[in-house]
Design a protein around this ligand. Structure first.
Ligand SMILES: C[C@@]1(CC(=O)O)c2cc3[nH]c(cc4nc(cc5[nH]c(cc(n2)[C@H]1CCC(=O)O)[C@@](C)(CC(=O)O)[C@@H]5CCC(=O)O)C(CC(=O)O)=C4CCC(=O)O)c(CCC(=O)O)c3CC(=O)O
Ligand SMILES: NC(=O)C1=CN([C@@H]2O[C@H](COP(=O)(O)OP(=O)(O)OC[C@H]3O[C@@H](n4cnc5c(N)ncnc54)[C@H](O)[C@@H]3O)[C@@H](O)[C@H]2O)C=CC1
Length: 212
């Protein structure tokens, strides 16, 4: 067992602090924004052109200076993303002392979190990690999954959520709920013009439900 445990973190309203403003910090910042993080703070004397654009449109805050230990205070997630590995280690220590979850971009990953490679299709989120053994393999598997799970899954998962809300409210018998939701999950992906009105969908599923 290598000690890694996957979770899905809800980042809305959580303070995310990135130290560094290079290519890798940029990738981490964009990943946070794709997740819906709304409080992302960059600390770096220099940042990339893309990060400057994101600062200009108000998506990120930028503190244009070098790291100070106070930057780690109150961070929920802290990214040590500079090109100085000694500094990254100090940032990580400060962050852990302050109770933050810490990502260190240069391999000192023993006691923090790693970023997986991610495929997003609406509410479907597929994350892949080789836990530091091979980021290139994670990226390759992500590309394979992107082909296997196309954009149509975004619409499908939206419809499955609607169906599930309906079934939770309307079908009182737990065994029947489970059977219906499993059968529905087997039917996706669905075409985005298909009528997936929950009531009619449940009726269709009931008609094809295996007799038990
Ligand atoms: C430990 C970890 C910590 C962390 O950053 O969280 C880490 C560390 C390091 N990455 C390095 C190199 C590369 N990283 C990538 C790409 C990604 N790296 C990501 C995560 C992670 N990288 C975590 C482990 C995750 C895992 O193993 O699954 C991804 C998945 C997610 C993301 O960063 O958001 C993102 C895929 C983006 C996508 O989806 O496409 C590529 C490929 C490419 O760029 O195409 C290369 C070159 C090829 C190679 O090295 O494999 C180096 C060496 C630097 C050097 O040589 O000096 C280190 C440091 C070290 O390991 O020593
Ligand atoms: N995790 C990953 O996927 C990968 C990680 N890496 C690692 O990431 C490191 C960073 O790579 P890049 O972003 O390409 O480097 P870069 O050189 O483009 O950026 C480094 C950034 O750190 C900032 N910085 C330096 N000292 C600072 C300080 N005291 N306080 C605040 N900011 C400071 C600089 O201003 C710059 O913005 C590399 O050294 C490498 O070890 C490299 C490739 C992939």
């Amino acid at each position: 067992m290598n000690g890694y445990y996957p979770v899905m973190l809800q980042l809305r309203g959580e303070r995310c602090v990135i130290i560094g403003g290079g290519r890798i910090a940029e990738r981490k910042a964009i990943g946070l924004m794709e997740a819906g993080a709304d409080t992302v703070i960059l600390v770096s004397p220099r940042i990339t052109a893309r990060l400057q654009e994101l600062v200009a449109c108000g998506s990120l805050q930028w503190n244009c200076r070098t790291y100070e230990p106070e930057d780690a205070t109150d961070a929920r997630l802290l990214f040590a993303a500079t090109d100085d590995s000694g500094l990254n280690r100090r940032i990580a220590d400060d962050g852990r002392r302050a109770g933050a979850l810490v990502n260190t971009v240069d391999g000192d990953a023993g006691r923090g979190f790693l970023n997986p490679s991610v495929v997003r299709r609406g509410d479907l989120l597929i994350a892949v990690s080789a836990t530091g053994a091979s980021p290139a393999l994670s990226a390759r598997i992500k590309r394979e999954l992107e082909r296997q799970y196309g954009e149509e899954y975004g619409y499908s998962v939206e419809q499955l959520r609607r169906l599930r809300d309906y079934v939770k409210a309307d079908v009182s018998e737990p065994g029947e709920r489970e059977t219906l939701l499993r059968l529905a999950a087997e039917e996706v992906p669905i075409r985005d013009h298909a009528d997936m009105e929950p009531k009619a969908w449940v009726e269709r599923l009931r008609a094809k439900r295996p007799l038990d």
